[in-house]
Structures are given as C-alpha cells and as structure tokens.
Design a protein around this ligand. Structure first.
Ligand SMILES: O=P(O)(O)OC[C@H]1O[C@H](O)[C@H](O)[C@@H](O)[C@@H]1O
Length: 547
C-alpha cells in the first residue's frame, strides 16, 4: 500500500481499506439489493456499471473528498481554459479544443485557436473529398486506391484504434496501410501490397524528427522514384502533418500538401487533430466529425458533472483506490468487440507515457506508486489465454470490460454469446467459487470422496476481483470518440492526484540518445571497445555477421 499521504483525506481511505479488506464483494451484493442501481451511470452514450468494485458510500465519499483536496476541479478548469499546465515544456494542453463545437473562443497566448482548427477541418475535408471522388491523382493520372500512414506512437496508435473501431464505416475502394516500426520488414510488407501509381503516403509526425518515421518516409520516397515516379511528381503521392513545417519543406513535400499541428496538442492526444487525416480518409470526414463530437460530449460531461457523478473522475479515483490502497500494480482493459482490438495498445501509450512518472510538478520524488501497468486484449480470445491468472493468480488486477450491447454484424446467436461471456467474466471475477460449492458439486456428480478432497483446493476461485463494465449500445463514431476521451480524462484525473505532469515524456529520450551512439559504434570500422562490456559484446556480435 502506498497511500497519497500528501493529502489529509488519504488517512480515512487507509482506514476504509482495512475495513473492506475483510469483506467479499459477494457479501456487498447480498447486503444491498440496490447495488447495481446505486453504482451505475451513463454519459455520452457510455453506460458504466461500477458496482463490482470494493467500495461503499464511505469509500466513494472519501475518494471524492480527496479529489477535491487535490484541487481536481481547479485543474480541470485550468486544462480546458488553455493554461500552460505542461510545466516542463511550457505548453497548454488543448486537445479538447479540437473536439469543441461550441461558440466560445479558446485562448492560447491571447489568441483564439478555434478559427485555425476550423480551417484545418476544412482542409482535411477537402483532401478527403478529393481522394474519395477520384480527383486526387497519382503521377500516371490514376486515382488513389491505397493510403499509407507513416507515423509511430501518437501518430499511429490512436488513429489506428479509431479506424479499426469504425470498420463498419469504412469507405469502399480504399485500402489502408500503416508503417510505424523502423524494422524494414514492416515497410517491405506494405510496399509489396501497394500500387505505386495509386498510393498516397501520409507522413504523420508532430516533430518531424522521429527516426522511424523519417527513415520510413525516405524509404517510401525512394520506392516511388525507383518505380518510375519523377522527382517533380513526388508531391502527388505525399501529404505531411507536423508542427515543424520547415522540416517538411526540407524533406521535399509540397507546401500545399502540408497540414499543420500545434504544440498544445500532445502526440498521444493527437488523433483528434490533423494527425487524424487518415481516419477521415478511411471513414469519411462526416464520420471523423462524429468521432470528434462524441469526444466533445465526454469532455462536456467531464467539465460539468459533479465529481461523484463524473465518469472519468470515478474511474480515475477507483484506479487510485486499487493502485495506492490495495497494492495493485496493473490494470487490464478487455474489449468484447473485435473492432476495438487496438484499444489496449493505444491506452498503453496514453496512460503509461502520461503517468509513468516519479517526479511531482514541483520537482520532488514521489513516495507512492503512480501509473499502473496497462494491458489487455479482446474477449473472448483472452479468456482462453490469460484469464486463468485473473481468476486464480495471486495478484489483484482490476479489469475494465468494454462490451457493446449490439453488434454491427448480428450473426445468428454469436453476439448474445459474446456479451454473455463478458458479463460472465465480470460476474466470475466478483463471485468466485467457494470450497463448499466445489465440494458439493463434485459429490453430487458422484466423484469419489478422496478425489473431492484432492481436487477441491485447485478448483477454488477466490473472486472478490474488482471490475467495471462499460456497455455502449453500439460502437458508433460518437461512442468511439467518447470512449477514447473517457480514458484520456481518466488519465488526467490520476495525473492530478499523483501530482505529475501527464503531458511530457522525458523518459523516452535516453534510449533515443543511446540509440544514436550505439548506431555510430555499429557503423564504425573495427571492434568496439569503449562502451560497457555488454554493449561492446553485442555490437561486435552484430558486426561479426554484417561485415
Ligand atoms: O509524432 P512524432 O513527433 O513523430 O512522435 C512520435 C512519438 O515519438 C516519441 O517516441 C514520443 O515518446 C511519443 O509521444 C510520440 O507520439
């Protein structure tokens, strides 16, 4: 347990944890038949059942009190109003402005950013329509049939998640591909599938300085030239998105094919920006706008709902309850929807790059745990893989199940079975199975008494494992937007309570710097001997096979 002792309301939570530690979720359900009615809520098309959490009214009241003490309402206001809350980079955090459709100005450094946002939406719509109508033509005059997003991290994970979530909305006749990794296998596979005459590459990079993206963009450019596209026609096949317009120019992408981005949009929060061009191309601009509107609805809820009826606040505070008061170390998100299969990967960057920090906003080292290890996957597949550990392992792993009530593909009884499995997993985690139940079941089935004794301990499932169920009616663009925004705001809530800057990522820099140094050693002649012995050895092994 690593309580947030910088907050005086934390003491009460320590006490409540001790009281609840001896209580089973089953008992909480038995004691209060209204538990479901009490601990469910709806916002922006998302229904949340948080009744299977180790909570009671006192816990919720104390968590709310702690959020107030941590000045969460003030922090929410500061973010939405464009204050420079990213204090290590001196930046505002305004991805929320990208999905704001109201009339009020949103000011950064004395300037309303809304007209710029509307201009770029217009531009995104134009590009999308040109491609869809076959007006955007390649160097041989053929319309675009393949679009390739070259980008990594925040310039890949979010847009891919949204695009796959919206599979039923994909426009016909366009193939979409992604190149993120510097591993040459990835781009080679994509280049093998596309037709150079009908391909449009989108180079998406906030900084336009990311190694992987620049190398892949150069490889794509070379491929086009090798395939007979003249240098002067390269512009017909490349669009670039970045804050760094100078670097785009140096790379050789025409200015008219460039979309801007702003430093107040964090990479992992950028799918709502021009980085989302790929989404607009794949699902159409109207559906992209619907995605933005859904996220905007969630923002509005987050901004206006009282803390104790606020979905991102509740989910954020419940996460803190388990990480800091029950000693949980990770948090799983499991979607019972094939189209949401990329969601956990996006959440990993969104959450772990945001709150994987150990220094408070004013430079002190924390004395409590911060960001949880986020992981997950797709049901029902994962039931046949790692759910064993969720049910009988030694660790407490809170889970969010995301399970839409209806499917875009109602095929026989498959969707009811899918949903039934989601609910059953949630119920099994909560209830477990007692020794008595197992014993009685086996005896009734005629199992020999000595086998009953031998097998019972293996079959006991402790239950009492907290979980949330998120049940939208269906994954529409609005719902997908609201769902992603829900988790973004949950991450924000936790960052405020943990007093960290959720919007920088200094930790990823060291690996990049050392990567350059190791690359220099790998490409220098002769044996390498000036690094630690492991680095020297590994570099020299590489050289042995690459003379
Ligand atoms: O969009 P880019 O500037 O190319 O950045 C891509 C990614 O690079 C870095 O690794 C950062 O840690 C990520 O936050 C970012 O999303």
């Amino acid at each position: 347990m690593t309580p947030l002792s910088h907050l005086s309301s934390s003491d009460k939570l320590v006490e409540l944890q001790k009281q609840l530690a001896g209580t089973h979720l089953r008992d909480l359900f038995d004691a209060d038949k209204q538990r479901f009615d009490k601990y469910t809520m709806e916002a922006a098309g998302l229904f949340l059942d948080y009744s299977k959490n180790l909570i009671n009214d006192d816990v919720l009241a104390s968590l709310t009190k702690m959020a107030e003490e941590a000045k969460l309402p003030e922090a929410i206001k500061a973010m939405f109003s464009g204050e420079k809350i990213n204090n290590t980079e001196g930046r505002a955090v305004l991805h929320t402005a990208l999905r704001y459709f109201g009339k009020d100005p949103v000011m950064v450094d004395g300037k309303d950013v809304m007209p710029m946002i509307r201009d770029t939406h217009k531009r995104m719509k134009e590009i999308t329509q040109q491609v869809h109508k076959g007006e955007w033509k390649g160097h041989t005059g053929k319309p675009v049939k393949h679009i390739v997003n070259i980008g990594i991290g925040g310039s890949y994970l979010g847009l891919k998640t949204a695009i796959n979530a919206l599979t039923p909305y994909h426009v016909k006749g366009l193939e979409h591909h992604y190149v993120a990794n510097i591993d040459p296998n990835e781009i080679s596979e994509v280049l093998r599938k596309i037709d150079p005459e009908t391909t449009l590459f989108i180079v998406a990079s906030k900084s336009f300085g990311t190694l992987e993206t620049l190398q892949n963009a150069q490889a794509a450019r070379k491929f086009m030239l090798d395939q007979g596209c003249a240098e002067a026609d390269i512009r017909k096949h490349f669009v670039a998105i970045s804050t760094n317009l100078k670097a785009i120019d140096e790379f050789g992408i025409a200015q008219e094919n460039t979309l801007p981005l702003w430093d107040w949009v964090g990479g992992r929060y950028s799918l709502w920006s021009t980085i989302g061009l790929m989404i607009s191309l794949v699902v159409g601009f109207d559906n992209f706008e619907r995605l933005l509107k859904g996220a905007g609805d969630m923002d509005n809820h987050f901004k206006t709902a009282p803390l104790d009826q606020n979905m991102p606040v509740l989910m954020g505070m419940l996460g803190i309850w388990y990480q800091n008061y029950f000693g949980a170390e990770s948090h799983a998100v499991i979607s019972y929807d094939y189209f949401l299969r990329d969601f956990p990967g996006h959440l990993q960057q969104m959450d772990m790059e945001s709150n994987g920090k150990r220094t408070t906003l004013d430079g002190k080292t924390v004395d409590y745990q911060t960001g949880a290890v986020i992981w997950g996957g797709t049901g029902t597949n994962d039931q046949h893989a790692y759910h064993q550990l969720l049910h009988q392992g030694t660790r407490l792993i809170p889970v969010d199940f995301v399970a839409p009530a209806t499917s875009h593909n109602p095929l026989g009884e498959q969707h009811p079975w899918l949903f039934a499995n989601a609910v059953a997993q949630s119920q099994a985690m909560m209830q477990g199975k007692t020794m008595e139940e197992i014993r009685d079941e086996m005896l009734a089935a005629g199992v020999a008494a000595e086998d009953v004794e031998r097998l019972t301990p293996h079959k006991v499932i402790p239950g009492n494992r907290p979980n949330n169920m998120i049940v939208p009616e269906k994954i529409t663009p609005e719902v997908a937007g609201a769902l992603i925004a829900l988790y973004e705001q949950k991450v924000f809530v936790q960052g405020v309570l943990w007093q960290v800057n959720s919007f920088d990522q200094w930790g990823v820099e060291l690996g990049k710097v050392l990567g350059n140094r190791v690359y220099d050693r790998i490409t220098e002649k002769g044996a390498t001997s000036d690094q630690d012995s492991s680095t020297n050895g590994l570099v020299n092994r590489f050289k042995q096979f690459n003379v």
